[in-house]
Design a protein around this ligand. Structure first.
Ligand SMILES: Cc1cc2nc3c(=O)[nH]c(=O)nc-3n(C[C@H](O)[C@H](O)[C@H](O)COP(=O)(O)OP(=O)(O)OC[C@H]3O[C@@H](n4cnc5c(N)ncnc54)[C@H](O)[C@@H]3O)c2cc1C
Length: 445
């Protein structure tokens, strides 16, 4: 592939999520001398869709975020990643169905997001407000809103991206950063399919009062990433900060909570009538499944109380509406390597993963970092070689995380009896011991 030497090649990015925006920022910061960049988003404005919920950004993701962004964006990171407050442990704790601890990852010490990159600790990371991170990444970005991509057309010397409104744009490279349902992926790699794990998730974002936040913290030894595994194939997964939400009279804390259970339960249950467009119906269903699958105990009561707090009405429809969603993923190594050409996939478009290990956004940001570094090697006619390197490394890294997230979701989705429970405790204790040894070695050297 050759590009004209007297004009900079143009990169077209479709999708202004965390992946697309990180790449846009990175091209402007690190590749401004080599490429022009344009970004397109199907939504009509930054506020159109709820961007909320808490996400975990681990050290590798933080490192890539710093690489991709200019100082004025980095200066705003604490808006999305406030400094840890004394009680907070930005790690995961796993407990059983009645609250007994199974695994607790040791806490790395840092005072702010600016210290994470240099930590020698595999489990360092920070719980982040996803909506605020997106706002920050929008800084200085000239997005073309209301541009829903419906496909592309390649020519000998470039690529046209096609939009639903009948317009099109020409460029040298097209980046599909358009999420799990990416029309660009469907055209480029039609055989790369979405895998359904057979697990239903009901996700809610809820503001909880201080007494409930304290109870959650105490069940999980102050860990902010929290998982409780049930005996009947169900689990709770939650993430919170102990930093109160702004603009509330009483201190209130944002909790992202997901309840997971085997989808087969809904299929086999003839009385299961849930209206997924009616949040009240979905919440009632979640509570009835919890009562069915969990033993009566303090932890169960707490989860029911939290689900009961979800507000049902938002006139502007900008909250994360609870609905039943299947856990899904895309393993980029489940198909033979696709062609290295002008069409490049990034983030969930290439490798969506279920949220249980909190790795999806991290991988999207790492993709932006990797693609930038490969494009830094671009000279005259080696664009395809840069893309080849990116595709190979991205697929290998992301596939590993997709598979790890899949296994972690599927393993507890099988009901266990007393022997299974005993085996589960033994396995978790062994894993926990190994993690402590690894962290001890890492932090001593
Ligand atoms: C409940 C939950 C918790 C999660 N927790 C974590 C976590 O703790 N850590 C973590 O790393 N990840 C987490 N994730 C995953 C993470 O949110 C995603 O992996 C991440 O958002 C992917 O970023 P992306 O930019 O690739 O895609 P997206 O964020 O999906 O962005 C894609 C963008 O493309 C736009 N778009 C889509 N189609 C088109 C089109 N046809 N034309 C134009 N634009 C289009 C969309 O509007 C969107 O703006 C979680 C996900 C969920 C649901």
């Amino acid at each position: 592939m050759e590009t004209s030497t007297n004009k900079l090649p143009t990169i077209l990015i479709v999708g202004a999520g965390v992946g697309g925006l990180s790449l846009y920022q990175s091209i402007r910061k690190n590749l401004g001398q080599k490429f022009n960049v344009k970004i397109f988003e199907r939504e009509n404005s930054p506020e159109e869709r709820w961007q909320g919920y808490n996400i975990y950004i681990r050290r590798q993701g933080v490192t890539s975020l710093f690489y991709c962004t200019p100082p004025e964006v980095q200066a705003r990171f604490p808006e999305a990643m406030p400094d840890p407050v004394p009680k907070e442990h930005h790690t995961i704790a796993i407990i059983d169905h009645i609250g007994r601890q199974l695994l607790h990852i040791p806490q790395p010490k840092y005072k702010s997001v600016y210290e994470i990159e240099s930590l020698k600790h595999d489990f360092a990371g920070i719980i982040t407000y996803r909506n605020k991170l997106r706002d920050i990444l929008l800084e200085g970005v000239d997005i073309q809103w209301g541009k829903k991509c419906i496909g592309y057309e390649e020519t000998e010397d470039g690529v046209w991206v096609l939009f639903e409104d009948g317009t099109r744009e020409f460029g040298d490279l097209l980046i599909g950063a358009d999420g799990i349902n990416s029309p660009i992926r469907k055209q480029k790699v039609p055989n790369l399919e979405i895998f359904n794990l057979g697990i239903t998730a009901i996700n809610v974002d809820v503001a909880i009062p201080k007494n409930l936040a304290d109870k959650m913290a105490s069940f999980y030894s102050n860990s902010l990433m929290q998982k409780s595994i049930g005996q009947n194939g169900d689990s709770f997964f939650s993430m919170m900060r102990l930093v109160p939400i702004e603009k509330s009279d009483e201190p209130c804390y944002r909790l992202t909570l997901a309840y997971h259970y085997p989808t087969i339960l809904d299929i086999e249950d003839e009385n299961c009538k849930v209206d997924d467009d009616n949040p009240e119906s979905v919440i009632k269903h979640a509570i009835s499944r919890i009562k069915q699958l969990r033993p009566p105990c303090e932890l169960t009561d707490l989860m029911i109380e939290i689900f009961s707090l979800v507000s049902y009405s938002d006139p502007e429809k900008k909250i994360l509406f609870p609905r039943r969603r299947p856990l899904r993923d895309i393993d980029p190594l489940s198909v033979p390597p696709w062609k290295d050409d002008r069409i490049v996939l990034l983030g969930d478009a290439a490798h969506a993963m279920n949220p249980i290990l909190g790795l999806g956004a991290n991988n999207a940001i790492q993709d932006a970092d990797l693609l930038t570094k490969e494009l830094l090697k671009y000279e005259n006619d080696n664009l395809i070689e840069c893309i080849r390197q990116y595709n190979t490394k991205m697929r290998a890294r992301a596939s590993k995380d997709v598979q790890a997230s899949r296994t972690t979701a599927l393993r507890p989705a099988v009901p266990v009896g007393s022997f299974g429970l005993f085996a589960r405790y033994c396995i978790f204790r062994a894993i926990n011991a190994i993690i402590y040894v690894v962290v001890f070695i890492q932090t001593r050297t």
